[in-house]
Design a protein. Structure first.
Length: 294
């Protein structure tokens, strides 16, 4: 079966009062070092299927559906970057030996940075794929986050989007998330479509998206001493930064600042990749991670 079509085994784990759905990398030996894969805003544990399977001879990974995404119901007050970092901290204590190889994409990358800064002894390495770190310049995505974060307006924007025909929303989502959706394997496209259809049927999507968007926006307004860039400066483990040249949500030009902000960072720039390089170019990310830990 192709990598992108394999669904990891799932179970529900009670963590700090939250029933998290957690997937485990199939085929990984129990004595391998642990890894934690963290998806971004609007994503799910399924975003890590291919990369996790490529690395199952090196790490034994778990990937949670964060509250309000995938198959974990929303929990009011747990949709922000800092709150997610705290929840993931508890998940490590509950389910994993320490330290872990920590992976984060988009908003999940921001939460991973916050976690690595607050609990450095629990993180062996940090792999960030298009992390949602504050950008000094306004962008189209910043305008969207501002709109969605605004009371009433945000709900109206999401409700209006939900009323659009599914095929139109799927096409727009593919264009935003991937660098070139037409080049993706059929099984990846099918899995992405199924996940979007599943999200449509869940009642908690609005709340989680609103809270997450608001948190991302507020992180750009935080004072320097409390910003994610200050957290980045505290990280001491090896860091792999992955940016895509066709990313429409995170401007890859920030990669130079990001690499300078971490004490020990390596950079993988993929000119043809979009926002989720672990789905679009998993082999390249796999090779870079192996070099990182080597």
């Amino acid at each position: 079966m192709p990598l992108g079509a394999q669904e990891w085994p799932a179970r529900t784990v009670p963590v700090a009062g939250v029933d998290l759905l957690v997937r485990e990398t199939p085929g990984a030996a129990k004595d391998l070092p642990p890894a934690l894969f963290v998806h971004g805003l609007g994503g799910s544990s399924m975003n890590w299927t291919a990369l996790g399977l490529l690395l199952n001879d090196t790490v034994r990974g778990i990937a949670p559906d964060l509250p309000g995404f995938g198959r974990t119901p929303a929990v009011p007050g747990l949709g922000g970057i800092r709150q997610q970092a705290e929840l993931l901290d508890h998940l490590i204590d509950s389910e994993l030996d320490q330290p872990v190889h920590l992976f984060g994409n988009s908003m999940g990358g921001a939460a991973a940075v916050a976690l690595a800064a607050r609990s450095p002894e629990k993180v062996a390495s940090l792999t960030l794929i298009s992390p949602a770190l504050p950008h000094p310049r306004a962008s189209a995505s910043a305008v969207w986050f501002t709109a969605v974060s605004t009371p009433r307006l945000g709900k109206a924007v999401l409700e209006r989007t939900a009323r659009l025909p599914f095929e139109r929303r799927l096409k727009a989502s593919l264009a935003i998330i991937f660098g070139d959706a037409k080049s993706l394997p059929p099984e990846v496209l099918e899995a992405y479509e199924q996940e979007l259809r599943r999200r449509d049927a869940q009642p908690w999507g609005y709340q989680a998206t609103l809270e997450g968007a608001r948190s991302v926006l507020l992180s750009t307004l935080a004072p320097p001493r409390r910003s994610l860039w200050a957290d980045a400066a505290k990280v001491r483990c090896p860091v792999l930064l992955v940016y895509g040249g066709k990313d429409r949500l995170v401007d890859a030009k920030i990669r130079t600042k990001a690499q300078r902000s971490f004490a020990d960072a390596r950079l993988l720039y993929l000119p043809k990749s979009g926002h989720v390089a672990q789905m679009e170019h998993p082999q390249e990310v796999e090779r870079a991670f192996r070099q990182l830990i080597r």
